[in-house]
Write a protein that binds this ligand. Structure first.
Ligand code: SAM
Length: 239
């Protein structure tokens, strides 16, 4: 398997199958078993999901649109997409995350019935790192995953995601202009022994350059900030 930052990828996988899985499942859930920082991140992240859903549906109905949700986590985006009739392939490097996403998708979409309402399909769930993803999708989305990639690896990752997308690619990442110290203080949210140093922020210009290199341009931008959560959202299309 390809390496991210010299073994980072194994560390990331291990983290999101264990401590990170427990932690992020709570953050992305709706229980009250979270602390203040985690609650703040929950609110910020749900705004990101809302913003992305709006960006996507502003371009037309999602019914029948194929979407690759790369690094799907517990399915926070895949599930609302499927509710809009999108045909979703949801994947994550963590088997624990994928199992949780599938469980939640079944609960929320089937609501105890045997069949889905007409026009809806359950997302297809796969355990896969995003470098191994293949195929073509109308839309590729990758939310809050770049934080695990140093910029020199991020370029390849962005190029690969763009190669899977026919019409649009949506990425969200922690922008470099924001308070790095804050992230450091919540180092427990990141994998690895020196956790805070494993959180990579990205300059918007670097992401834009990586997109341009493979013939894509940014069409829309969004920015979500709360006290502890910062996310730049970009929607790119073929130039
Ligand atoms: N995209 C989801 C969301 O916004 O709800 C989850 C975001 S979570 C902070 C980051 C996710 O990226 C984790 O579930 C982790 O397992 C996954 N991840 C990290 N590196 C990955 C890689 N190389 N390939 C696929 N998934 C990866």
């Amino acid at each position: 398997a390809e390496e991210v930052g010299g073994g980072d990828k194994e560390v990331v996988r291990e983290y999101f199958n264990n401590d990170g899985f427990q932690r992020w499942r709570r953050i992305y859930g709706d229980g009250d078993d979270v602390n203040k920082v985690q609650m703040d991140i929950r609110v910020g992240h749900s705004k990101t999901v809302e913003n992305v859903m709006k960006m996507l549906s502003d371009e037309g109905p999602l019914s029948g649109v194929t979407v690759c949700d790369a690094g799907c986590g517990t399915g926070c985006l895949s599930i609302p997409l499927a509710k809009e009739g999108a045909v979703v392939v949801a994947s994550d490097i963590s088997a624990a995350m994928v199992a949780e996403a599938e469980k939640q998708a079944r609960e929320e979409l089937l609501e105890g019935k045997d069949e889905l309402p007409p026009g809806l399909v359950l997302p297809k769930f796969e355990v896969s790192d995003l470098e191994s993803l293949k195929g073509k999708y109308d839309t590729v989305v990758c939310l809050d995953v770049l934080i695990h990639y140093p910029q020199n690896k991020a370029d390849g990752m962005i190029a690969h995601l763009a190669s899977l997308a026919e019409n649009r690619l949506i990425l969200s990442f922690a922008p470099k202009t924001f308070y790095y110290d804050l992230l450091k203080r919540v180092g427990e949210l990141f994998p690895g022994p020196s956790k805070a140093t494993r959180a990579y922020l990205h300059a918007e210009a670097d992401v834009e350059r990586a997109l341009q290199k493979v013939g894509w341009k940014i069409r829309k931008r969004g920015l979500i900030t709360t006290q502890f959560y910062f996310s730049r959202i970009v929607e790119a299309v073929p130039a």
